[in-house]
Design a protein around this ligand. Structure first.
Ligand SMILES: [Zn+2]
Length: 455
């Protein structure tokens, strides 16, 4: 009876997927929903015997999961993994079905799963992961789960549903670190030791001690509410990280050089992505990899060329305006760049450029597979620029993704684009596809002249 139910659920999910394809639609959670309707515990049935790593948190899930996939790809290891758009229980179930025979027998023995915070308890209960990673906890602008403390409660409940799992937690985020206070799990903390910002910590997401209500103080801080926090009231403080960035050195044009300390020793990690939040992502990924028992040295080494999937990023200055040009050419890379864009806040001027020349692949319909919705769910820009041969398609895509139509400016010429960037009065982030990048970069870097620099 059980076997029949599993079979019917897998079959129905497949038929639903084919049906959706025939209708020319994509990116829906319907196949998973249909399967769960037929067999409510399908995910736990399929997940049995699969070595699973689950990551969650407010920011950095996609990048961290990308790093973990890159580690496995580099090692030639077979695995299954969902993408950020499918991180609810239904989407995760659909991913497992995709990698199973119709009888429910799994074809893959390893899974890297990104999970939405609200779905975390149910997914953890079903999959019984070996390792759980929490990247951080921030207040989301459109937080579906209310206050960030509610989100923390979801994660806490989830962790308690898998007492055998090793939990990797960000020591620098007081909210995340507190998840390890009274759980039966083995807990591994990671954090950044060697960076200290001069700016005042912005603790608005996590101002008060969860144990006694006293306002947290900081010995050192990295960004937002992250850093070496402690509670003057009850004495609770940032746990000493077992996996730590001893030092972080920006490498112009390349990313960051990190001296990584683990209980096994010290090693240098060349990270091909810029910015400190990517150092945190690398630490999340490396502590998870280590907890899974993967070869930490090889995993660390693989981060050297992880930036390749991010696309090229170039920084320059036009007058006083910082300008970044980031290549986007496929949905996966685009999603990563959009996540980066969202992380910058709203005070930037984004410019989306789309050509359909031969070198771009003349089919630009991939923009409908990229998750622009995720960006506009978090950010509303005062002004958005659009340029390129397919500017109208781009405008339409952004509009459907939730961009305010009145905020979108379509530039007829490259001069108009360059002029708008120069007068933006705020940092501009230009996201062109391949041939658009060639002309846009040429134009902007000419204007930037001597002040051009790599970052
Ligand atoms: Zn306290």
């Amino acid at each position: 009876m059980k076997k029949l139910r599993v079979f019917l659920a897998c079959l129905a999910s497949r038929l639903t997927r084919w049906g959706i394809r025939l209708l020319g639609r994509g990116g829906t959670s319907l196949p998973g929903k249909v399967a769960l309707r037929i067999c409510p515990d399908l995910l736990s049935v399929l997940g049995r015997g699969v070595d699973t790593l689950i990551l969650t948190g407010t920011n950095g899930k996609t990048t961290t999961a990308g790093m973990l996939r890159h580690m496995l790809d580099t090692a030639g290891t077979d695995y299954l993994s969902n993408r950020s758009g499918a991180n609810l229980k239904s989407g995760i179930t659909a991913e497992f079905i995709q990698n199973a025979a119709i009888t429910g027998r799994m074809k893959k023995k390893l899974a890297v799963i990104e999970c939405d915070e609200g779905n975390f308890p149910a997914v953890v209960e079903a999959l019984q992961p070996r390792v759980i990673v929490v990247t951080n906890l921030f207040r989301d602008q459109l937080d579906r789960y209310g206050e960030v403390s509610h989100t923390r409660e979801y994660l806490y409940q989830g962790i308690r549903k898998a007492p055998a799992a090793t939990v990797c937690l960000n020591a620098d985020c007081s909210l995340t670190a507190s998840l390890g206070w009274d759980v039966p799990n083995e807990v591994v903390y990671y954090g950044v030791d060697g960076v200290s910002s001069d700016a005042e910590p912005n603790v608005s997401d996590a101002p008060h001690c969860l144990a006694c209500g006293e306002r947290y103080a900081y010995r050192r801080h990295t960004f937002a509410h992250l850093g070496d926090w402690y509670c003057p009231g009850c004495g609770r403080s940032r746990p000493a990280p077992a996996v730590a960035a001893e030092s972080v050195e920006p490498v112009p044009g390349a990313g960051s050089r990190i001296v990584l300390r683990t209980p096994e020793g010290e090693r240098t990690v060349e990270l091909a992505l810029p910015a400190l939040y990517n150092v945190y992502n690398a630490l999340s990924a490396l502590s998870a990899a280590r907890a899974m028992g993967w070869d930490t040295d090889a995993c660390a080494e693989s981060l050297r060329d992880f930036g390749a999937v991010f696309g090229r990023m170039e920084s320059m200055k036009i007058g006083d305006t910082p300008v970044q040009v980031v290549l986007v050419k496929n949905p996966a890379g685009c999603d990563r760049v959009l996540e980066y864009l969202a992380s910058l806040g709203e005070d930037v001027f984004p410019v989306f450029c789309l050509n359909d020349n031969v070198n771009d692949g003349t089919d630009v319909s991939w923009i409908w597979d990229a998750d622009y919705e995720a960006l506009f769910a978090k950010r509303a820009y005062e002004s958005i620029g659009v340029w390129g041969i397919r500017a109208e398609d781009m405008r339409l895509r952004l509009k459907y993704a939730g961009a305010e139509d009145a905020s979108i400016r379509v530039f007829a010429t490259l001069d108009e684009l360059a002029d708008a960037v120069a007068r933006a009065g705020k940092p501009a982030v230009v996201l062109p596809n391949y041939t658009a990048m060639l002309t846009v970069r040429d134009k902007l870097s000419t204007l930037a002249g001597k002040s051009r620099f790599w970052e």
